[in-house]
Design a protein around this ligand. Sequence first.
Ligand code: GTP
Ligand code: SPV
Ligand code: MN
Length: 594
Amino acid sequence: VYMALTKNKEVLEFVNTCAELTQPDKIIWIDGSANQIKQLKSEAVKSGELIKLNEHLLPDCYLHRTAVNDVARVEDRTFICTANKEDAGNVNFWLDPKLAYHLASEIARASMKGRTMYVIPFSMGVVGSEFSKIGIEITDSIYVVLNMNIMTRVGKSCLDRLGKTGSFTKCFHAKCNVDADKRYILHFPEDNTIISVNSAYGGNVLLGKKCLALRIASYLGKNEGWLAEHMLILGVTFPDGEKKYIAAAFPSACGKTNLAMLIPPKSYLERGYKIECVGDDIAWIRVGEDGRLWAVNPENGFFGVAPGTNERSNFNALQATKRGTIFTNVALNTDDMTVWWEGLSEHCPPNMLDWTGKPYDGSGTAAHPNSRFTAPAVNCPCVSPDFNSETGVPLSAIIFGGRRATTTPLVYQAKSWEHGVFIGSAMSSETTAAASGQTGVLRHDPMAMKPFAGYHMGDYFAHWIEIGKQLKKPPEIFNVNWFRQDADGKFIWPGFGDNMRVIEWILKRCGDNPIGAEETPIGFVPKPDDINIEDMNLSVDALKEILSVDKDKWIKEAEEIEKYYAETIGSRIPDELYACLEELKRNCKNKKEG
Ligand code: GTP
Ligand code: SPV
Ligand code: MN
């Protein structure tokens, strides 16, 4: 018996069906009130699910430790369940929808006996905006409720928005016993439904994030004429007060949060440059009436990578974690009940418990490499005044990028929209701890969407080409690589705040009077003099090195891309992209050029 907060029949039916299947003792509707959230936090502290941190130093902050087998997204257990296998494409894993529903039902059956089932109404995007999407997440995890309450807009207002008949994404999560062999993250784009069982970690269970806002939303976007992308959104204010916006797609743990919140070098600050963060992970992008692209961030918080975050690398992110934050799998300082991770300070303080809760003896890492913070966006000192804008912000540039030790220069620019789509489609990057499996392996990750496109990758490229045709003022498209290495395996480019110097060049290439550039076989590269390396720990030779385009390496790269297109994506790749591939091959083989 429970008090439903809505008269929406479909919502009530969904909740009842889930309750009948899982047989919880109790059902609690999350109304979003401060009081309810406070109660849940104290309940989670009592049960040990959360550890309360130092109220003076980290007010309203908590630590959560996941099961050791449940620390990252599981791409090999993530499925797109479409009626026709071909529609999921070869890049995604596929399961027959009937089989998938059956499988998940059997796993979740009676799994909430003796437990509480929570019903979380949430909105991706500002509640009530015509560009927002409503979801209802069922879960038996307080951790999920409290994280969703930070990452999305939660509560009764979402149900009011739905009214009696509105439709929504059905999101079902059951923790079960966190059995990795029975872990499934299932998407049914044709039914607007998500099912997640046997995990209690981030991207696998905060179903508004990757599951709804990328996999389901990319499918909706394909049908409704918009784009759901794994992109940060940042605003640049120029000394004269003008503002421009950029969206950038980098694979998981490749620098989106850091770029979105960067603090420009001193000389830029003195001249009056400013960076503001609109989003750090996901962008929903539409064609505006003015023929430009407009982007909104559907999230309400940051689920950011902890390791490497410190006052110098990302002051703004660190500030955002100082209150109302949930830390997952970081180390605990038992002296003062604060948290620590590799890179927060040079030396690990004494008396630490590692991310599994054992005394840390210096072997291995204290925090898990994919440990994270869930911080409210309002906490971020550089959050954009446009953060809650319903229309979003107009894009001057789109950036793609990845972790590449070699081959890819610091920055280069596409020659056209189609060429930009080709560059995005051809991206490769070294794998990181954000997903389970080996790290540091170079793999194709088109537009940083390999793990997140909810439909056929070839159709996805075609959709990008289609969107381009509708633009009167397409943004310029670029590729960046902060991760070129020297012979000793060290990063040559210092990155972080200094990435502002590349942003400056990018924006000088946008608009009506772009500065000059060098044409190479792969696109336009900066003239070395046009990247400002003043007051920077980088020699002109090193700059020239990371701007260089090696034709022989790019001949190999083009062969790789061709193989990936043919063997992995297979069909449905638009002709425009094959034309760009042919041009790349021609340019590289032409000895006179570049
Ligand atoms: P997801 O949340 O997984 O999508 O990741 P993200 O793209 O937001 O990555 P994030 O900004 O959290 O960075 C991940 C890691 O890359 C961190 O350990 C950073 O310290 C490191 N990193 C970010 N920017 C740079 C950079 O410019 N140079 C170098 N060398 N490392 C960077
Ligand atoms: C990513 O892996 O790209 C993330 C973290 O942003 S998660 O939400 O776990 O997917
Ligand atoms: Mn991400």
